[in-house]
Each structure stands twice: as structure tokens, then as C-alpha cells.
Design a protein around this ligand. Structure first.
Ligand SMILES: *[C@@H]1O[C@H](CO)[C@@H](O)[C@H](O)[C@H]1NC(C)=O
Ligand SMILES: *[C@@H]1O[C@H](CO)[C@@H](O)[C@H](O)[C@H]1NC(C)=O
Ligand SMILES: *[C@@H]1O[C@H](CO)[C@@H](O)[C@H](O)[C@H]1NC(C)=O
Length: 379
């Protein structure tokens, strides 16, 4: 009897051991898989949850999206070259329409790009826009991100940070993020060509990238009469860190995440490009890449380029600039540049530079080039 009992016990123990081994194997295997998934999820997860609360945008603690289309970027899988985030006043529907004509959805897609417009809420003083028409525009084009803070000059920093945050979290696999203003005229073909051939030297050890028009050694304006008057309380130093013009700059999701994280711990400053690409960037030790040669502050030069393509098939010396209030220029410039991209255009000699050929048209603004103009035209 004891022997038989012993045998049963032996079988029982062996079975149990086998069962435990199988169980451990299954658990381990499952765990292993879980961990794998965990890593993947982590990699596309933009922030640690405790780093940034979704309802905190800089010092605004009630932040929400009024409009945020679902998974816009997911249609791209992993061939998304760039996300264009375009700051746009909520009432600028005509300007947005010009951008949509200049670069159609189809064209954007063929270039590996996605474009969204960044809007804020309709301010109480505004009489000409209804939220309903913004909802309709969004239903139709699916390219609008709207925050719940009011449109205001001094709220632009919220908009800027919202855009970086949206792009970094919703399009985390995009290679690049391009920040633009809606009154910026640009050559998308030149941009794409640059992005596709970007040199590894412009990306720092942490894969950070910030490239555009560098404004160096700028000082806060302390004249009370100026629209750009900055109090010592708003900005205490005598000089701004080098920063990029908000007309157009190139960054990537990695950098955007870092800047957004930094925005939670620095005090709000309303000059958005100075704060984001200057102050926050400097705190994170991110370096700037100079693309100043791309830019012209004179919209007339870009206008001249359009006619010079038509008449002489000349390339343009510039690739980015303000529209100078001419909404049509956004489309005309893009079409002219597309022409050069598809059919060959000629390099200009130094005598043929647009500064020379355009002199007749723009005598009055020659010599006003530079940061003063960059800033005063900006809004
Ligand atoms: C954020 O900080 C700025 C600058 O100190 C201030 O003017 C603004 O009212 C603050 N916004 C909120 C929502 O607290
Ligand atoms: C910025 O947005 C907030 C929240 O909507 C609003 O209370 C504030 O008045 C806006 N700022 C300005 C300068 O209008
Ligand atoms: C930036 O660089 C400074 C000086 O080299 C260093 O003390 C600081 O920790 C760095 N900050 C970050 C966020 O890497």
C-alpha cells in the first residue's frame, strides 16, 4: 500500500512539475511578447504620462482640442516624409483655400507630406465667423486642428506649442515637421528635395533638428509705443537667444517633444518663435541650422520670380518669403516653381540675380531686408 501511494505521489509530483514548467514557459513567453509590444508602444508614445498632462498647454490648464481629426497620419504608415503645421487665424478661410489650391491633397500625398492648419477659438470680438463654418470646413477638408484658447496675438505661443505637440504625438513616425505661417509663400519642391537629402551633420547627437532663418543677437524692444514692446517682467534679459523665424522652419518629432516638454517648466512668453526656437531650444542645448539664403523678406522678389519663370525660365534665388498681403502669390509661386521642377529652369548669373532684375519694381523697399522687416511684416 505505501509503495502504491508513493508511486501515485510520484506521478502526481511529476505531473505537477511538468505543469509548472509549462506554465512558467507560457508565462515567460507571454511576458516576452508583452515586453516586445511594450517597447514598440513606448517608442511611438510621445510623452511619459506624468511628464505632461493632456490638459496642460504651457500654463493654460484647461486645454482641449475643439477640433482634432482622428488618426490623420496613420494612413501613411511609415512613408511620411513631413507634416506641415500651418498657423492660421480662424477667420483666414480664404488663405487656407489658397494653400489648398497651391498644393492639393493629391500633390501633398505624392510628395509624402501631410498638411494641417492650426486654429484657435473664435474671439468674442469677432463678428464675421461662426464656429459652424469652421466645423464644416473641417468636415470637408479634414485638415484643421483647433484649440480652445481664443485667437489673440498674445496667444500665438499656445498655438505654436499645440502644433508641435499634435504633430509629435499624432505623427510620431513622420521624419520631419515643418512649421509655417499661413501668409508664407514657399517652394515645396525645394523643401522636399532638401528633406530627402538632409545631411547628417545638421542633426545633433540626440537626433535634434531645427533649421530655418536664424535671427541672431536680437534685442527685446523696450519702446512702449511699439507693437512689439516687451516689459522686463515678460523678458528680463537684454538679448534674445538665437532663434528661428516662424515663417518656416524644419524640425522633427524628437525635437518637438523636447521643446514641448520644456514648455511646461518655463514661464510663458508671447513672442512665439523667439520663445520656442530660442528660449526653450537653448534650455535643451539644441543647435540651429542656418538656411537664411532660402529666405527673402520682400514679397516683390518672389513675385518677380514668378514672371521670370514665365518669361526666361530662370530659377528663383529664394525659396521662402511672406506673401505681402497677396494671397494669390501663394499659388502663383508654387505653380511657377513646379514648372521649374518639371521642366528645366536656368541658374541665374550674378548679374541676373533677382535683386538685379527686380530693381525696377521694388526700388522703394531695397535695403529694408532683414530682421526688422521680418518682424514687422510677420502679423
Ligand atoms: C500664462 O502666463 C502669462 C505670462 O505670465 C500670462 O500673461 C497669462 O495670463 C498666463 N495664462 C494663464 C492661462 O494663466
Ligand atoms: C487667450 O486665450 C484665453 C483662453 O481662451 C483668453 O482667456 C485670453 O483672453 C486670450 N488672450 C488674449 C490676449 O486675448
Ligand atoms: C546643456 O549644456 C549645459 C552646459 O554644457 C549643461 O550644464 C546642461 O546640463 C545641458 N542641459 C541639457 C538639458 O542637456
Amino acid at each position: 500500500m505505501p509503495r502504491k501511494l508513493c508511486k501515485i505521489k510520484h506521478i502526481f509530483v511529476t505531473t505537477l512539475a511538468l505543469f509548472v514548467v509549462i506554465l512558467i514557459y507560457i508565462l515567460f513567453y507571454e511576458n516576452f511578447n508583452d515586453e516586445d509590444e511594450f517597447i514598440i508602444v513606448k517608442a511611438i508614445e510621445p510623452y511619459d504620462d506624468d511628464e505632461i498632462s493632456p490638459s496642460n498647454l504651457v500654463n493654460f490648464t484647461n486645454f482641449q482640442y475643439k477640433i482634432k481629426p482622428d488618426s490623420l497620419c496613420n494612413n501613411f504608415e511609415d512613408d511620411l516624409l513631413g507634416v506641415l503645421i500651418v498657423t492660421s487665424y480662424v477667420g483666414h478661410d480664404e488663405v487656407r483655400s489658397a494653400h489648398r489650391q497651391a498644393l492639393t491633397q493629391q500633390k501633398l500625398q505624392s510628395l509624402g507630406l501631410l498638411r494641417v492648419f492650426l486654429l484657435a477659438d473664435i474671439p468674442p470680438s469677432e463678428r464675421f465667423i461662426q464656429q459652424k463654418s469652421i466645423y464644416d470646413e473641417s468636415d470637408r477638408f479634414e485638415d484643421i486642428i483647433q484649440g480652445n484658447f481664443h485667437e489673440a496675438y498674445r496667444n500665438l505661443t499656445y498655438k505654436h506649442v499645440m502644433g508641435l505637440r499634435w504633430a509629435a504625438s499624432e505623427c510620431s513616425f513622420a521624419k520631419y515637421i515643418i512649421k509655417l505661417d499661413d501668409d508664407t509663400v514657399f517652394d515645396v519642391f525645394h523643401l522636399v528635395n532638401y528633406l530627402e537629402n538632409i545631411e547628417s551633420t545638421v542633426v545633433d547627437v540626440n537626433a535634434h533638428l531645427l533649421a530655418g532663418y536664424i535671427l541672431d543677437g536680437k534685442k527685446p524692444i523696450r519702446l512702449q509705443a511699439s507693437k512689439w514692446y516687451v516689459t522686463f517682467e515678460e523678458y528680463g534679459e537684454d538679448i534674445y537667444p538665437d532663434y528661428l523665424s516662424g515663417w518656416l522652419y524644419i524640425t522633427n518629432p524628437q525635437t518637438a517633444r523636447s521643446l514641448v516638454a520644456e514648455s511646461q517648466s518655463q514661464s510663458y512668453f508671447w513672442i512665439d518663435d523667439t520663445w520656442v526656437t530660442g528660449v526653450l531650444r537653448q534650455k535643451r542645448n539644441i543647435s540651429l541650422t542656418r538656411l537664411n539664403k532660402w529666405f527673402s523678406a520682400n514679397s516683390q522678389f518672389l513675385d518677380c520670380c514668378v514672371s521670370d519663370v514665365r518669361r526666361h525660365s530662370f530659377k528663383c534665388d529664394y525659396h521662402v518669403g511672406p506673401n505681402g498681403g497677396d494671397v494669390k502669390l501663394i499659388k502663383d509661386f508654387m505653380n511657377a516653381m513646379e514648372n521649374c521642377y518639371e521642366n528645366e529652369c536656368f541658374e541665374r548669373t550674378s548679374e541676373q540675380s533677382v535683386k538685379e532684375t527686380c530693381v525696377g519694381h521694388v526700388k522703394n523697399i531695397i535695403g529694408q531686408h532683414g530682421a526688422a522687416v521680418v518682424k514687422s511684416i510677420k502679423l
